[in-house]
Write a protein that binds this ligand. Structure first.
Ligand code: C2O
Ligand code: CU
Length: 548
């Protein structure tokens, strides 16, 4: 194992990722940012220089559990004070498991401005994967808006509420193609090389491992390669019992590896495409070129891009979720019982006229002092100490209609989990504030992986549904969808000392309170670096440390 040192300068730059000029956040000039490639056991050190001039930044290493380094998790307001303009902050953590991960901003709605990238951790030398391939390629999937994250954040927090709407483009490895007709070439120019489609060049007969990471702000996607089947082998860093599919559903915050063999007519190119599912799409498909060498890599395929599956085929999206199991020979068995069950009803509500998203009618608001520091240093008065609700009124709540109790509370309270206890989470979906509408919520847990025990339609019923839990070969993941009007059941062990976010990965939902915070074993946390301090009540502590 070695130490890999990165120096990243984060700044705003004009980019034309989908041919339209927009301010994007770049790392060392790149949007998406550079890929971190490491070997299992390596220590990764990233010095982040904030050159955004007028805003803070914090970067989360999504899928990295941060065992022993909870202060490096990069969650603004939870684990650290965000990095101020002009400042440099050092993240240090160990890549302690091979697999495909990602990183992205965890400050405000910055993820939407393009601050994200991929982390690929390979097995140590001499250890091989339980599948074969010739080459390994990373593919970042994202959606793209023409409004800035400032305009969006302002609209979301205004009365009347202004929804961000559907994205203008879908991007594959940071490239999309907006229809520029009618727009001035200085604004939108389809001949700009920045938006020429991304290409994946393959050699006939070879097998490719494609590492897919979804960093969308809103969209759930289906990924496919025209005429080619894929074998799914990895999800969120865990081996999947292989299955073959024509298209892969992927939700924001998820990663997958699929194997694709270039075994079709090599005299032409094929389309790689993504399309929006689970909400009515207004965004054209994202396209890239699956290029058979030696055809020219920009030669368009002679066929129309595949349309992809119907957006509202919720059943086939649910079926994929149910198909994903741990690979035989690599099964980590979950504890047979849990010590605690937390049920989280996902709703859209209002607080004093402002639209929010809530769990059990509580919409979270982050305090100005990070929880990790407040708890580790025994500060009081930072957050509301009353525990948040463990359940909702499941007897009487109708998940299929617009709730008549539209008002929620806002709170800073957190769930304190006994160290090493086993916790079950039941995510329960419901109707939003619009009739006949229930949205997908991809839920992501920081600091841990969980076992996915089950999914179902309708209201979770403990006497009926617990029986059906998969305790035999459940996949472990860090991000999982909650399907419309459905439920998802998870189990995890609270064995990582720290304070950890659990939230919907849709940027606007997170921004409007769709998160909970788990604390466990905080007394076991080591010395938090001074560079994590500096905001809220931790300001005075910095001063004290200089005084003595
Ligand atoms: Cu990828 Cu807290 O998120
Ligand atoms: Cu959500």
């Amino acid at each position: 194992a070695i130490e890999r040192h990165y120096i990243w300068e984060v700044s705003y730059q004009y980019k034309s990722l989908d041919c339209c000029k927009k301010l994007a956040i770049a790392i060392n000039g790149l949007t998406p940012g550079p890929t971190i490639s490491a070997v299992h056991g390596d220590t990764i050190v990233v010095d982040v220089i904030n050159n955004l001039l007028m805003e803070n930044v914090a970067i989360h290493w999504h899928g990295i559990r941060q065992r022993g380094t909870p202060w490096s998790d990069g969650a603004d307001g939870v684990t650290q004070c965000a990095i101020m303009p002009g400042e440099t902050y050092r993240y240090t953590f160990v890549a302690d498991r091979a697999g495909t991960y990602m990183y992205h901003s965890h400050y405000g709605m910055q993820k939407e401005a393009g601050l994200y990238g991929m982390i690929n951790v390979s097995l140590p030398l001499g250890v091989s994967e339980p599948f074969n391939y010739d080459f390994d390629r990373g593919i970042i999937l994202s959606d793209w808006y023409h409004h800035t994250s400032y305009e969006q954040a302002t609209g979301l927090s205004s009365i009347p509420f202004e929804w961000i709407g559907e994205p203008q483009s879908l991007l594959i490895n940071g490239r999309g193609n907006y229809n520029c007709s009618g727009l001035a070439p200085s604004v939108c120019n389809s001949t700009n090389p920045q938006c020429s489609p991304s290409t994946l060049t393959v050699i006939s007969g070879k097998t490719y491992r494609l590492r897919l990471a979804s960093l969308t702000s809103l969209s759930s996607l289906s990924f496919q390669i025209e005429d080619h089947e894929m074998t799914v082998v990895e999800a969120d860093g865990h081996y999947v019992e292989p299955f073959v599919t024509k298209n892969l559903y992927i939700y924001s915050g998820e990663t997958y590896s699929v194997l694709v063999t270039a075994n079709k007519d090599p005299s032409r190119n094929y389309w790689t495409s993504i399309n929006v599912v689970a909400r009515k799409p207004k965004t054209p498909n994202g396209l890239a070129i699956f290029n058979y060498y030696p055809n020219h890599f920009h030669e368009f395929p002679p066929t129309n891009p595949p349309p992809g599956p119907l957006w509202n085929d919720i059943q086939s999206q649910m079926n994929q979720s149910l198909t994903i199991k741990a690979r035989q020979g690599f099964i980590v068995s979950p504890p047979k019982k849990s010590d605690r069950v937390i049920v989280l009803l996902n709703t859209q509500n209002k607080i004093n006229g402002y639209v929010r998203w809530s769990l059990n009618n509580v919409s979270h608001s982050l305090p100005s002092t990070p929880y990790l520091i407040a708890l580790r240093d025994n500060m009081t008065d930072v957050f509301d100490p009353t525990p948040p609700p463990e359940d909702y009124d499941s007897e009487n709540y109708d998940i299929y209609s617009v709730s008549n109790n539209t008002n929620a509370n806002s709170s800073t309270s957190i769930y304190r989990l006994q160290f090493n206890s086993t916790v079950d989470i039941i995510l329960q979906n419901a109707n939003s504030m619009r009739a006949n509408c229930s949205e997908v919520h991809p839920w992501h847990l920081h600091g841990h992986d969980f076992w996915v025990l089950g999914y179902g339609e309708g209201k979770f019923n403990s006497s009926r549904d617990i029986e059906k839990y998969n305790l035999v070969d459940p996949i472990m993941k860090n991000t999982v969808p909650l399907h419309p009007y459905g439920w998802t059941a998870l189990r995890f062990q609270a064995d990582n000392p720290g304070v950890w976010l659990f939230h919907c990965h849709i940027e606007a939902h997170l921004f409007l309170g769709m998160l909970v915070v788990f604390e466990s074993g905080v007394e076991k946390v080591g010395i938090i670096p001074m560079s994590n301090y500096g905001c809220g009540k931790t300001k005075s502590l910095i001063k004290r440390s200089f005084d003595n």
